[in-house]
Design a protein around this ligand. Structure first.
Ligand SMILES: NC(=O)c1ccc[n+]([C@@H]2O[C@H](COP(=O)([O-])OP(=O)(O)OC[C@H]3O[C@@H](n4cnc5c(N)ncnc54)[C@H](O)[C@@H]3O)[C@@H](O)[C@H]2O)c1
Ligand SMILES: O=c1ccn([C@@H]2O[C@H](COP(=O)(O)OP(=O)(O)O[C@H]3O[C@H](CO)[C@@H](O)[C@H](O)[C@H]3O)[C@@H](O)[C@H]2O)c(=O)[nH]1
Length: 480
């Protein structure tokens, strides 16, 4: 029986291995992690992450051929194929701080593999890593090899949170990069055989190692660039009276551009886009490609601009002060259908409003009060480390309360800010909400989820990203 071990039981390691286990009953899959709490949660009925469909998949194979364990060394030493899916945060100190990827967790995993292995291994990079990481890993492994042969493969993951299970079941492509030597090609084939259990052959792409590593960074940069492009247009729409929904619909009808990923928003978030583009920028700089680095840096600058622009719009619309005013925050996760808050734009927007002394009542159907308080007090990039390395009991921000539902968050509020596109925000009883708010009652929709005309008929003053401005807002001082 082929044995797979995955180091890192997070958003990628957990769902990816569950889908492999379900589709390959003849393979034993063990997911290991240094975090005892994470592994206990995987072994309980309350999984550590919320992902539609994940529970059902895990239930079918946990205890059959899918296991979660903290006994890392045992399972690594027994495995034929080892996936490494650990954190690769942005460095906060030293050379490359604020941009370069911190490979501390990756390197410690590689050294441990070298220490405990007694048979040949295929080591698969699942984490997103800088191009050429495989070379460094190869050196660590072969330097301590004791005659054991290692083949390194790059097999980046393209799943998006909220749709992880469907992305894993029907991937657009599976990418496998490896050495173009006989042993390298054999290793590529072994991993191909795993995916071939459920992925059609023409969707499994094989390349050299560096192309696979770089393709992951490139794909995220292209995706994020689309969002910054449409967000840049949203500012111009507001200035001119164009409607960003109509513009992106018209633009996306061009089959060369396509309709997906053109939703204007308060800014992109999530654990990957910013981190991976910063990483790409750093690699370009290290290769003397300043112009290329600056090109990609601009994607992040526009994203920061979009978040600031939103905060400025809220404050300037409300007579240039939100001091002491209650603002209901609807949604905190970085997108709908996930409880993940890593780099969510809600953090920057809330911090901006708190900087102007607002009182916030935050509601999100999937994010805990503890997580929100933690996010609002954590240092930049502090989130991307194993849980036990993060502050345990954050001191709460006084001006922030957590609400059980949207109605509680909006009661007596001066304004609502919609920061995540949860479906339930489309069908709220806005008449009831209006009646319970201070007047004038504002709605700032950072995700274009509400029916603007209907809300204006109720009496709200409505701002919706990239839509023609409410007459009230037109007379306010310019923002940005
Ligand atoms: N989240 C996504 O949607 C996504 C998608 C594609 C790629 N990625 C990439 O995959 C990697 C993992 O991301 P994630 O979202 O799963 O992170 P995560 O924080 O959810 O999971 C990483 C896990 O690795 C564990 N870990 C760290 N060092 C370890 C070690 N030495 N030994 C054992 N366990 C260790 C941590 O405790 C943590 O549970 C990152 O490189 C990320 O950029 C993420
Ligand atoms: O038209 C759009 C699409 C997305 N977003 C925002 O962009 C962010 C990222 O969304 P999404 O890409 O759907 O989620 P992620 O889970 O971050 O997935 C991205 O990052 C992963 C980690 O690398 C990759 O594997 C995925 O392919 C890539 O889509 C979120 O804040 C979204 O709200 C927009 O503002 N407008």
């Amino acid at each position: 029986m082929v044995k797979i071990c995955c180091i890192g039981a997070g958003y990628v390691g957990g769902p990816t291995m569950a889908v492999i286990a379900l589709n390959c009953p003849s393979i034993e899959v063990v997911v290991v992690d240094i975090s005892v709490t994470r592994i206990s949660a995987w072994n309980s009925d309350q999984l550590p992450i919320y992902e539609p469909g994940l529970n059902e998949v895990v239930k079918q194979c946990k205890g059959r051929n899918l296991f979660f364990s903290t006994d890392i060394e045992k399972h690594v030493s027994e495995a034929d194929i080892i996936f490494v899916s650990v954190n690769t945060p942005t460095k906060t100190r030293g050379l490359g701080a604020g941009k370069a990827a911190d490979l501390t967790y990756w390197e410690s995993a590689a050294r441990m593999i070298a220490d405990v292995s007694k048979s040949n291994k295929i080591v698969v990079e699942k984490s997103t890593v800088p191009v050429k990481t495989a070379e460094a890993i190869e050196r660590i492994l072969t330097h301590n090899s004791k005659g054991i042969k290692y083949q390194i493969l790059s097999n980046p993951e393209f799943l998006a949170e909220g749709t992880a299970i469907q992305d894993l079941f029907k991937p657009d492509r599976v990418l496998i990069g490896g050495r173009e030597t006989p042993d390298g090609l054999k290793a590529i084939q072994a991993l191909k055989d795993v995916y071939a259990h459920w992925v059609p052959e023409d969707r499994i792409i094989t390349t050299n190692l560096w192309s696979a590593e770089l393709s992951k960074l490139a794909a995220n940069a292209f995706l994020a660039q689309r969002i910054s492009s449409v967000n840049a247009m949203s500012a111009l729409c507001e200035a001119t009276g164009a409607d960003v929904l109509q513009v992106s619909h018209a633009v996306g009808k061009d089959s060369r551009i396509g309709p997906k990923f053109l939703n204007a928003s308060v800014g992109f978030g999530g654990s990957c886009f910013q981190k991976d583009i910063l990483n790409l920028v750093y690699i370009c700089e290290c290769n003397g490609l300043a112009e290329v680095a600056n090109y990609w840096k601009q994607v992040i600058k526009v994203n920061d601009y979009q978040k600031n622009r939103f905060v400025n719009r809220v404050v300037s619309s409300m007579f240039n002060t939100v001091a002491g005013k209650k603002i209901g925050i609807m949604g905190f996760a970085f997108k709908k259908d996930t409880g993940d808050t890593r780099e969510t734009p809600a953090i920057d927007v809330c911090k901006g409003l708190l900087g102007d002394k607002a009182r916030l009542s935050i509601y999100d159907p999937q994010v805990t009060a503890d997580q929100i308080q933690r996010d609002l007090t954590m240092n930049k990039f502090g989130w991307d480390h194993p849980i036990h390395r993060q502050p345990m009991s954050p001191t709460g921000v006084k001006q922030v309360s957590i609400a059980w539902d949207a109605y509680e968050a909006s009661k007596d509020a001066h304004a609502l800010c919609i920061l995540t596109e949860w479906d339930e925000f489309k069908t709220l009883d806005y008449r009831r909400i209006f009646d319970n708010m201070q007047k004038p009652a504002f709605v700032f929709d950072g995700r274009n989820v509400v029916n603007v005309e209907m809300l204006r008929d109720i009496g709200f003053i409505v701002y919706s990203i990239g839509k023609p401005l409410d007459p009230w807002l037109k007379n306010m001082p310019a923002v940005a």
